[in-house]
Design a binder for this molecule. Structure first.
Ligand SMILES: *[C@@H]1O[C@H](CO)[C@@H](O)[C@H](O)[C@H]1NC(C)=O
Ligand SMILES: *[C@@H]1O[C@H](CO)[C@@H](O)[C@H](O)[C@H]1NC(C)=O
Ligand SMILES: *[C@@H]1O[C@H](CO)[C@@H](O)[C@H](O)[C@H]1NC(C)=O
Length: 399
C-alpha cells in the first residue's frame, strides 16, 4: 500500500494490536489464518442453489421476530444474513399495551410480564403469516440469533436424520407396549449407548424426499438454550447420533451460559457429537422451524385455546405432552424434534447495554459471544466488513 504514510501505518498497526488484544482477552475468540474468502465459500445462495443451499436454508421462508424500534438488532442480523446468503422477512415485535384485553385467549395471561405478552403475540403473528401464506415450512428466528458459516452443512446432516424420528418414536412406543421395560441395571453411559443409533445405520433409501427435511414433523427446534434428553430407551433407540461434526465445540464447552452446568450430552457422548431426538423439555425459542400442520396446531393451542405462560415454556410443555388439555383428555402430542447442540444460539454483546437478555455469569462479567458456535457469523462481522483475511473462531479445540 504505497499511499499509506508511515504515521498511518503505525496507527493501523496499533489499532490491529488493540483489536487483537481485545479478541484474545475475551478468551474464547481467536483469529486463525489463513481462510481467505471463507464467507463467500459458505454463502451458497443465489443462482442455482437448491434445497438447503438456497437463501431460505431449504425452508420456504425465514422470518425474524424483531421489534421495529430495535433497529440496531435489525441492522445487525441483516448484515449477518448477507454474509450467509440468507434472505429474511420480518415479523414485527408487539408491545403489550397494544394488545386488547379481549384479544387474549383463555388462561392466566394477567400474571405475565409485558415482555412475555409482546413476545407471545409476535410469535402468534409469525405462525398466522405461515398459515395465511400457505407455506409448507418456515424457519422462525429471534433477532439476536447467531450461527456458524457452515450452517448449510450442519443442516444437511440434520435433514437426513429428522425424517427418521417419527418412525423411531412409534417403534419405541410399540416396543414399550409389547415388552415392559426390563429391570436390568445399566450405567448411564450404557443406557445412552443403547438409546442411540448413528445416522449412518439408518437406511437412506426411504421414499425419495421431495423437500429437504421431509415434512413429517410439526416443529424442528434448531436454536435453544438447553434441551433435556428423552428418557433412555434401551430396547429401541430414540436418539440419532451425527458423529464427528467438527463444527461442534469440545464437550467441556457445551453449556448454554458460563454459570450453567454442562449439558447432559457432554458427558454421555464422544466429542463432536450432535443428537437429533424428539423434544423432552427445551428452553428458549431462538430458532425453530414449523410445517404448515405444525403452524396450525401451535396457533390453535396458543392463539385460541390457552395462553398462561411464556411462549417458550408453553411450547416446551405442549411438545412434551404436558399442556393442560393433553393431561386432561389425552390430546395428541405434536411431533417436535430438537437438535443438540443447537445450530442457532443467542449472541451476547458483552453487556454493551443493548441486549435485553444479557446474561451475567457467576463471575459477574456479562457474557460475550455465543455458546456452541465456532465460526460465528456475528463474531466475524467487523472483520468481514473491513475485508480482513482470517476468521475469528470461538471455542477452539486446542484450548
Ligand atoms: C428453498 O428451498 C425450499 C425447499 O425446496 C423451497 O420451498 C423454497 O421456496 C426455496 N426458497 C428459495 C428462496 O428459493
Ligand atoms: C396450500 O398448499 C397445499 C400444498 O402445498 C395445496 O395443496 C393447497 O391447495 C394450498 N391451498 C391454498 C388455499 O392455496
Ligand atoms: C424427560 O426428562 C425427564 C427428566 O430426565 C424425565 O423424567 C421424563 O420422563 C422425560 N420425558 C420423556 C418423554 O422422555
Amino acid at each position: 500500500m504505497p499511499s499509506l504514510s508511515r504515521g498511518r501505518l503505525c496507527l493501523a498497526l496499533a489499532l490491529c494490536a488493540v483489536v487483537l488484544f481485545l479478541v484474545v482477552r475475551s478468551g474464547h475468540q481467536v483469529r486463525s489464518y489463513p481462510k481467505p474468502g471463507f464467507a463467500k465459500q459458505y454463502s451458497l445462495s443465489g443462482t442455482g442453489a437448491v434445497g438447503i443451499g438456497n437463501a431460505t436454508l431449504g425452508f420456504e421462508k425465514i422470518f425474524v421476530v424483531n421489534a421495529p424500534w430495535r433497529t440496531d438488532r435489525r441492522d445487525s442480523i441483516s448484515l449477518a444474513a448477507s454474509y450467509s446468503g440468507m434472505s429474511l422477512e420480518w415479523i414485527d415485535g408487539v408491545q403489550a399495551e397494544d394488545i386488547r384485553e379481549k384479544a387474549y385467549p383463555p388462561g392466566n395471561h394477567r400474571q405475565l410480564s409485558d415482555g412475555l405478552k409482546g413476545s407471545w403475540r409476535a410469535h402468534m403473528n409469525a405462525l398466522r403469516t405461515i398459515i395465511e401464506q400457505n407455506l409448507s415450512s418456515a424457519l422462525i428466528i429471534e433477532d439476536d440469533a447467531d450461527w456458524d458459516f457452515r450452517i448449510r452443512s450442519q443442516l444437511s446432516s440434520i435433514s437426513h436424520a429428522v425424517p427418521h424420528i417419527p418412525t423411531l418414536v412409534s417403534q419405541k412406543e410399540l416396543q414399550a407396549q409389547q415388552h415392559p421395560p426390563s429391570q436390568e441395571r445399566l450405567s448411564q453411559a450404557d443406557l445412552a449407548d443403547r438409546s442411540t443409533v448413528p445416522l449412518s445405520a439408518l437406511s437412506s433409501h426411504k421414499t425419495p424426499h421431495h423437500t429437504p427435511y421431509d415434512l413429517t414433523w410439526d416443529v424442528l427446534w434448531l436454536g435453544h438454550c438447553g434441551a433435556t434428553l428423552p428418557l433412555p430407551s434401551s430396547a429401541s433407540p430414540n436418539r440419532i447420533l451425527i458423529p464427528n461434526d467438527r463444527t461442534i465445540p469440545l464437550p467441556k464447552h457445551l453449556k448454554f451460559m458460563r454459570s450453567a452446568p454442562l449439558d447432559a450430552m457432554a458427558t454421555l457422548y464422544p466429542p463432536h457429537s450432535r443428537l437429533v431426538h424428539r423434544t423432552n423439555s427445551t428452553l428458549c425459542t431462538i430458532a425453530y422451524a414449523v410445517t404448515q400442520p405444525g403452524a396450525r396446531k401451535l396457533l390453535y393451542e396458543f392463539g385460541i385455546r390457552d395462553f398462561s405462560k411464556g411462549y417458550d415454556m408453553a411450547l416446551s410443555d405442549y411438545c412434551s405432552g404436558k399442556a393442560r388439555a393433553q393431561m386432561e383428555d389425552e390430546a395428541p402430542v405434536p411431533m417436535c424434534v430438537v437438535v443438540q447442540p443447537p445450530v442457532f444460539a443467542h449472541w451476547f454483546d458483552g453487556g454493551n447495554g443493548r441486549s435485553d437478555i444479557s446474561a451475567v455469569g457467576a463471575s459477574g462479567k456479562p457474557e460475550e459471544g455465543s455458546r456452541y458456535i465456532r465460526w460465528s457469523v456475528r463474531a466475524n462481522l467487523e472483520g468481514l466488513v473491513k475485508g480482513e483475511a482470517g476468521l475469528v473462531e470461538q471455542w477452539r479445540d486446542e484450548e
